[in-house]
Every structure is written in structure tokens, then in C-alpha cells.
Design a protein around this ligand. Structure first.
Ligand code: PEP
Ligand code: MG
Length: 324
């Protein structure tokens, strides 16, 4: 298997008929970096900045953050690194910033917290922009956005941070900014979001949870958590259409992207980048290399005619089983 991994690392992620797909990784800790590079990651589609925040007893200062972000950017340069702004709340609680709520997944989460505390967002963005000096591979991504007002407010803060640093004498570029599509409302607003930013990225973990009204961490209802639910698949198709209509790339960075069966559908839907845990990367690459784009498109059309996740799963299993 190790030899297999090594050969695969240097092979292109390309279908039998020559269609290329970019495979990136999700990271949080420095240990993810080595693992990702070993497996031939072409970029980072999701760096979860809350991870270093979760490992501390207080908010890291701007300078501490700059050093953490610099390490990530340097390790992957010149490959792009997509840093998501702080996504706390829901299931992710900081001991030094407790949030008590009845329905945390519908409450104060992600962008909602940082727009109410712009000083947190500003320090974070300043640290990211400074860390990017001389490298230029930073991308910034906003979590849990459910309307364009939040997006516009966050963009104002990002632009303000950039302007301030330039005034302080730093010669740094404004990086590409993207938004996550992980709330059902965002699916219907995909084009409006795409008009304002440089890329979209689907967070399929939360999108599945919210579309199906199934808590992603509740074992009692885990039987109902199906990313192959036809409603989820149609939502993904709609997001790609929304991004495309504005000429913007559409990526995906939820667990679904690391599922070889799903990767066939995501390829056919037209996703530009699949971002996953490094451990999933070789298996997804293998799946993509075993099929043609034309075949994937046919299977997607077939699967969109099915009305339940079990049949979708079976159809995909049959397809890939033939490939060994
Ligand atoms: C997601 O929701 O799919 C996602 C990638 O973000 P997280 O898992 O960190 O909520
Ligand atoms: Mg999420």
C-alpha cells in the first residue's frame, strides 16, 4: 500500500479521458501538513483556524496568530492555502469564551460571532495578511454566512484591515476571498454570494445537517444523515450553477469530498476543487483515475433520477466495483 501511495502521489488526478480535477486538503494542526505533502496535495481548501484557538487558554494575540499562519503558508507555498476565519459556536466551544445556548447549531456560530466581535475578525485578518507577506498564497474564507449583509460586512472589515496595513507601510496584496455554502439559504443565494467574492466552497457537513434537519453529532439520528440524499445532491448541483453563472470557481470541503463514490458525482457536477482529509486523498485520486468524465456525467444523470440515498449509494458502488 505504501508503494501504491508513493506512485499515486506523483500521478495526475485525471480521468481516463483527460479531465483534470484538483484535490486539496483540510488542515488544522501542523501534523496535517506533512501528511498532506506526502500524499501530493496541490493546495489547502480549508485550514480550520479555530484549531489553534481551541488548544489555548486565551485568545492568541495578533502576533501569535501571525506566526501560526505563517507556518502553514510557508509549508505549502507556492500552493494556495485557504484560511477560514474563526468558526466557533455550534459544537466548537472555547473554554475562555463560553457560549450557552439552547440550540447552538441555530445560534451564535461562525461569522455571526465574529461580526458581533469585529475586533476578533480584524486581528485575525491582519495576522493572516501579515503572514502572507512575501508569499502570496493566502486565500480567506468566511463560514456560516446566511445572507449577503453578513458577507458585505465581513468584506468591509477585510478591506479595512488591508488598507490599514498598507498605510502602515506593508506592501501586501489583497488575497482572494471566498464564502462557504453550508446553510440551505446560501444554496439559493449562491449567485448573489458569487458576485461578491472570488470563490464558493460548499461545507457539506453542515449543509447536510441543515438540509435534512439531522444533528451531525447525534448518534440517535445518525441513520438519517445521508449526504447522498437526493435533496443534498440537488443542492450541490444548484450551488455549482450559481457560482458558474458569475464565472466563479466552486469548491467543496466537507467530508463528502473525501468519499471516492461521491467524488465521481462531484466531478460530473463541475466542482473545481475537492478538499478533504489527507488520508482520503489517494483513494479519491484512484477513483477519479479509474473513470472517464463522460461516464461520470452519465452516472450523475442516472442518479438524479433516483429518489433515495440508498439507491444512489448502490449505483455508485456498482460503478466503482467494476474498477477494482
Ligand atoms: C462543513 O461544514 O462541511 C465544513 C467543512 O466545516 P466544519 O466541518 O468545520 O463545520
Ligand atoms: Mg461547517
Amino acid at each position: 500500500l505504501n508503494r501504491d501511495l508513493e506512485t499515486l502521489r506523483d500521478e495526475a488526478c485525471e480521468t481516463l479521458d483527460g479531465h483534470r480535477l484538483r484535490l486539496w486538503v483540510n488542515t488544522g494542526l501542523m501534523v496535517d501538513v506533512a501528511r498532506s505533502l506526502e500524499r501530493g496535495a496541490e493546495g489547502v481548501g480549508l485550514y480550520r483556524t479555530e484549531v489553534p484557538f481551541l488548544l489555548r487558554e486565551r485568545f492568541p494575540t495578533e502576533e501569535e496568530q501571525r506566526q501560526i499562519y505563517r507556518e502553514q503558508l510557508e509549508a505549502f507555498a507556492p500552493r494556495p492555502v485557504t484560511m477560514r476565519t474563526l468558526d466557533i459556536g455550534g459544537d466548537k466551544a472555547l473554554s475562555y469564551f463560553p457560549i450557552e445556548e439552547e440550540n447552538p447549531f441555530l445560534g451564535w456560530r461562525g461569522i455571526r460571532v465574529t461580526l458581533d466581535h469585529p475586533e476578533i475578525l480584524l486581528a485575525q485578518v491582519r495576522a493572516m495578511l501579515k503572514a502572507n507577506a512575501g508569499l502570496g498564497n493566502l486565500r480567506i474564507m468566511l463560514p456560516m454566512v446566511s445572507n449577503v449583509v453578513e458577507l458585505d460586512e465581513a468584506l468591509v472589515l477585510i478591506h479595512r484591515s488591508h488598507r490599514e496595513l498598507v498605510q502602515e507601510g506593508l506592501d501586501i496584496p489583497l488575497p482572494p476571498v471566498g464564502v462557504m455554502v453550508e446553510v440551505p439559504a446560501a444554496v439559493y443565494q449562491a449567485a448573489a454570494f458569487a458576485r461578491r467574492v472570488d470563490f464558493l466552497s460548499v461545507g457539506s457537513n453542515d449543509l447536510t445537517q441543515y438540509l435534512l434537519a439531522v444533528d451531525r453529532n447525534n448518534a440517535r439520528v445518525s441513520d438519517l444523515y445521508h449526504a447522498f440524499h437526493p435533496a443534498v445532491l440537488e443542492a450541490l448541483v444548484a450551488v455549482v450553477a450559481g457560482g458558474r453563472s458569475e464565472g466563479k470557481p466552486v469548491n467543496i470541503c466537507g467530508e463528502l469530498a473525501g468519499d471516492p463514490l461521491a467524488s465521481v458525482l462531484l466531478l460530473a457536477m463541475g466542482f473545481d476543487v475537492l478538499s478533504m482529509n489527507a488520508t482520503s486523498l489517494p483513494r479519491v485520486k484512484k477513483a477519479i483515475r479509474s473513470i472517464s468524465h463522460a461516464e461520470a456525467v452519465e452516472v450523475l444523470a442516472e442518479v438524479r433520477g433516483l429518489d433515495n440515498s440508498r439507491d444512489v449509494q448502490r449505483r455508485l458502488e456498482t460503478l466503482l466495483m467494476d474498477r477494482g
